[in-house]
Ligand binder design. Structure first.
Ligand SMILES: Nc1ncnc2c1ncn2[C@@H]1O[C@H](COP(=O)(O)OP(=O)(O)OP(=O)(O)O)[C@@H](O)[C@H]1O
Ligand SMILES: [Mg+2]
Length: 412
C-alpha cells in the first residue's frame, strides 16, 4: 500500500471511531469533521446543512446554512440556495467539486464566505446518506499553504458519506437557532503588548460577528486571549490593528470619551470576582450604580430578576458566593445593557451556586439581552446558541447548538 492509501485508511478509521464514540448527533458531526480535517491536514472546513430536508435536490425554498465549522472566518450569517456556488451546486447535483488549485473566479461564493482567508485549494462534497440529502461539507486550504490531492478529495467524500450514514436515524438536523441582526463586527483584530523591547502578540487576527439576542460562549485555554478580546469589545481597550464595530459605529480608534459612552450606554460587565462594597447591603450596592447611569432600573427590580428579592438588605458577608455573584449581575443589569460581557462568572463557585447563576443568565438572555460569556467549563457550552473556541490568539472553531440545554440540565 502506498503512503497516501495508508493515510486515507487512517483518516477513515479515525473519523469512524470519533463518530462511534460520540454520544449525541452534534458530537458525531463535530468529531467526525475534526478527524477528517486533521487527517487531510485541512486548514478550515464547514458542514452546511439544508434547512429543508427533502430528498430532491431542487427544492427552491431550501437554504443551506453553516452548522459547524473550523477556521478563522465567521460564517454564521452565510447561506446558499441550491445551485448557488459550490455549496449550492454540490447539494443540488450530489456531485463533489474539486478545486485542487482554486482560482477565485471558479467560485466567487466561496471567496465571499471565507473572506478572512485566502482560499487556494477547496473540496466540496455531498453530505448525504442513502436516504437523505442533508447538505454538503467543504474543506478549505491545506495546512502550510499546500494543495489537496485527488486521493485526499476521495477520502473527504467517503468520510462525508460515512458521517451522513451515522446520522441516518435522526430526522432533525436543523438548528432551532438562527442568527438575529449583526450587532457587533470584529475584523482582523490584533493586540500586542510592549514591555521594554519585548512585544507579545496576544490577539493575532480575530474575526467574529455577534448577533442580537444570542448567548455566545467563548472558550479556550488559559492565556489564549479571551479576556483581551472581551476588553476590546467591551470598550476597555483598543486593538493594535483591525476594526471593531458595534451598532454600526466603529470604535477601533475611538477616544476615551467615546469608549466611556459606548460602555455606559451598551455594556454590562460581570467578572469572576464580585467586587461588591462590603459595607453596603445588596440594595445599596446597586443604588451606588444608579446615580451613574441615565435611566437606571430600580435596585428592587434588578434584585427581583436575579431572584434575590428576599435578600435586599443582606450584606455581602451574609450571602453565599452564588448570591453575591447574582448581586453583581443585578448591578450589571441596572443600566439595562443591550450586551452583557461575563468573564468566567462561575469560576469561583461550586456546582449548585454556579447553576443558580447560570439560571439567571439564561433568563436574561431569554428576555432579549445579548450575552457573551468566557468560561473554561465545557458543560456550559451546552447552554449557548454558539460556541466560539480560541487558541493562541485566534478563533479556530465555531459551533451552532441545534438545541440549547437549560441551565438546570447541566452536570459536572
Ligand atoms: N497588559 C498586558 N501586558 C502584557 N501582557 C498581557 C497584558 N494583558 C494580557 N497579557 C498577556 O496576554 C495573554 C492573554 O491574556 P488573557 O488575559 O487575554 O488570556 P485569557 O485567555 O483570558 O486567559 P485565562 O483563561 O487565564 O483568563 C497572556 O499571556 C497575558 O500574559
Ligand atoms: Mg481571562
Amino acid at each position: 500500500m502506498d503512503s497516501s492509501m495508508i493515510s486515507a485508511y487512517r483518516a477513515l478509521n479515525e473519523a469512524q471511531a470519533a463518530i462511534a464514540r460520540a454520544q449525541t448527533l452534534d458530537e458525531a458531526l463535530q468529531e467526525g469533521l475534526k478527524a477528517i480535517l486533521k487527517n487531510c491536514k485541512a486548514e478550515s472546513g464547514a458542514i452546511w446543512y439544508a434547512s429543508s430536508m427533502g430528498d430532491d435536490g431542487d427544492n427552491p425554498s431550501c437554504i443551506l446554512h453553516p452548522y459547524f465549522w473550523i477556521g478563522g472566518s465567521d460564517l454564521t450569517s452565510c447561506m446558499h440556495v441550491p445551485g448557488d456556488g459550490s455549496v449550492g451546486r454540490v447539494y443540488q447535483t450530489q456531485v463533489a467539486e474539486r478545486y485542487l488549485h482554486f482560482a477565485p473566479e471558479s467560485d466567487p461564493a466561496t471567496v465571499s464566505d471565507f473572506q478572512d482567508i485566502e482560499v487556494n485549494s477547496m473540496i466540496c462534497v455531498p453530505f448525504s446518506s442513502m436516504k437523505k440529502n442533508l447538505g454538503c461539507i467543504q474543506f478549505i486550504n491545506k495546512e502550510g499553504g499546500g494543495f489537496f490531492t485527488n486521493e485526499e478529495a476521495d477520502v473527504c467524500e467517503m468520510m462525508a458519506m460515512l458521517a451522513a450514514m451515522a446520522i441516518e436515524e435522526n430526522d432533525n438536523l436543523q438548528p432551532e437557532w438562527s442568527p438575529g441582526n449583526t450587532i457587533m463586527r470584529v475584523r482582523g483584530v490584533t493586540r500586542e503588548f510592549k514591555n521594554g523591547d519585548v512585544v507579545t502578540k496576544v490577539l493575532k487576527g480575530v474575526n467574529l460577528d455577534v448577533y442580537e439576542g444570542e448567548f455566545l460562549v467563548l472558550l479556550g485555554e488559559s492565556g489564549c486571549g479571551k479576556s483581551t478580546l472581551l476588553n476590546i469589545i467591551g470598550g476597555m481597550d483598543h486593538p493594535t490593528s483591525g476594526s471593531f464595530e458595534c451598532f454600526g459605529e466603529e470604535y477601533s480608534n475611538a477616544s476615551q470619551q467615546q469608549l466611556t459612552e459606548y460602555r455606559r450606554d451598551n455594556i454590562g460587565f460581570i467578572f469572576q470576582s464580585y467586587n461588591l462594597m462590603p459595607n453596603l447591603n445588596a440594595r445599596q450596592n446597586l443604588e451606588l450604580i444608579a446615580s451613574l447611569v441615565p435611566k437606571p432600573m430600580s435596585a428592587d427590580e434588578a434584585l427581583e430578576i436575579v431572584n434575590l428579592g428576599e435578600r435586599k438588605t443582606n450584606y455581602p458577608s451574609q450571602m453565599s458566593g452564588g448570591q453575591q455573584q447574582r448581586v453583581s449581575i443585578a448591578r450589571a443589569l441596572m443600566k439595562r445593557p443591550r450586551i452583557i460581557l461575563a468573564d468566567e462568572p462561575t469560576a469561583a463557585l461550586d456546582y449548585t451556586t454556579s447553576i443558580e447563576v447560570l439560571e439567571v443568565m439564561e433568563k436574561i438572555v431569554s428576555e432579549g439581552t445579548t450575552m457573551i460569556m468566557v468560561t473554561h467549563n465545557e458543560e456550559i457550552c451546552r447552554m449557548a446558541d454558539r460556541v466560539v473556541r480560541m487558541r493562541n490568539g485566534r478563533m479556530y472553531e465555531v459551533t451552532v447548538n441545534r438545541r440549547k440545554a437549560h441551565a438546570n440540565e447541566l452536570v459536572w
